[in-house]
Design a protein around this ligand. Structure first.
Ligand code: UDP
Length: 371
């Protein structure tokens, strides 16, 4: 018989929150496993050989509109501001991105533009599509063809190896379009970075004595399973791909050391057209680390490798619904709960998966809390 009350598969944001809650709120003995050699999932950051702190799996910045979530995480970290500034390199120039008033002025070579003029301009440019059915229609209906072709089309083709016509509106819809001069990447009320990094924050979160962390451990290796399981891995893998593989987009990263304190003007530069990579990221702008060198990460999208992004096509969605049906049966019959970007096959952000983790924990507490 296992000594654990619960097995949690995956020590990323979902697994860490649920493990911490089960231990601190229910006094459960938690077996937390991850097949990778480290915690924190794709939020994992570490010191590069040069000594520069890098985000191993692409840039992560914490944002939320929920004060309660920020307060919860503040038990495990102090924060520094998370201002995340992106520019887009297109047509030989760097533009503020997401599109804002400054982008419009620069792009259309206008001396001055205010909110009213910008709305008028985009009203002339935009295509009158009432209910956009895909990402192309979404962007065309907001900003029109010139801006779509300059900022979105090439980037999206590279990122997904698919035409924006074939992707749900929500993909390009993640990016705001602004009628002010706000140049932050996202709109959320709270935008912060853990002062000592994400790995440290998650390390503290799961340092509870009732949590046993087992790295380099695959779910299939666990022979004696506790009565309750939370699974945050890929849902198709859990069911041995019986309905076929779900589409996942992956990435590879080329980290390059530069012998200067800063190499880029801002943390992220997007490249809709030139180059095979989609973006170059100098996370030092956000971590605020003092170091004479810096590291730039170039991101290359690819079809194989670790799953990063669910690909939101109708075919994948239908396949996912079949897996979801199996997952629901598994929950009812065997007390296995599926939570997170990989398990729910949805392009969630970090704050969203953490909220889902709290929701899952609430269910666990109400169903089994008195055991
Ligand atoms: N996108 C784009 N141009 C850009 C940045 C993003 O067309 O300069 C599109 C692209 O399809 C991308 C989506 O918007 O996949 C969401 O971008 P986001 O930056 O949120 O992606 P993430 O940081 O999650 O990789």
């Amino acid at each position: 018989m296992t000594k654990y009350n619960i097995l949690i598969v995956g020590a990323g944001p979902v697994g860490s929150v649920i493990a911490e809650q089960c231990a601190s709120q229910l006094n459960w003995k938690v077996q937390l496993i991850d097949k990778r050699p480290h915690i924190a999932g794709n939020c994992y950051d570490r010191f590069h050989e040069s000594g520069v702190l890098i985000h191993q799996y692409g840039p992560h910045y914490f944002r939320t509109n929920k004060a309660s979530l920020l307060e919860y995480l503040s038990q495990f970290t102090e924060w520094i501001p998370g201002n995340y500034i992106v520019t887009s390199n297109t047509r030989g120039e760097h533009f503020p991105f997401p599109i804002n008033l400054d982008t419009l002025a620069q792009f259309f070579k206008l001396d001055h533009i205010d909110e009213e003029k910008a709305k008028q301009l985009l009203e002339e440019k935009r295509e009158k599509i009432e209910t956009p059915k895909n990402s192309e229609e979404f962007v065309l209906s907001r900003v029109g063809k010139e801006l779509y072709e300059a900022f979105y089309l090439g980037y999206t083709l590279k990122q997904w190896d698919m035409h924006p016509k074939d992707l749900a509106p929500s993909v390009c819809g993640r990016i705001p379009i602004r009628f002010n001069q706000d140049n932050r990447y996202v709109d959320h009320e709270f935008q912060f970075t853990p002062k000592d990094g994400f790995s440290k924050m998650f390390e503290k979160m799961i340092s509870h004595p009732l949590i046993d962390l087992q790295l380099n451990t695959d779910f299939k290796q666990i022979k004696e399973k506790p009565p309750i399981i939370v699974y945050s891995g890929a849902i198709d893998e859990y069911f041995d791909f019986q309905y076929g593989k779900l589409g996942w987009r992956s990435l590879s990263f080329d980290f390059q050391v530069k012998n200067e304190e800063y190499y880029q003007k801002n943390v992220q530069i997007n490249y809709p057209n030139e180059h095979k990579y989609t973006r170059s990221v100098e996370i030092k702008h956000v971590t605020g680390q003092k170091h004479p060198q810096t590291v730039i990460s170039y991101e290359y999208p690819k079809a194989t490798g670790d799953p990063y992004y669910p690909i939101p096509t109708t075919e994948n969605h239908e396949k996912y619904l079949k897996y979801k049906k199996l997952a629901d049966e598994e929950t009812t019959q065997n007390h296995v709960y599926f939570c997170g970007r990989l398990a729910e096959y949805k392009y969630f952000n970090m704050d969203e998966v953490m909220e889902n983790a709290f929701r899952t924990f609430k269910v666990l507490k109400s169903k089994y809390g008195n055991q």
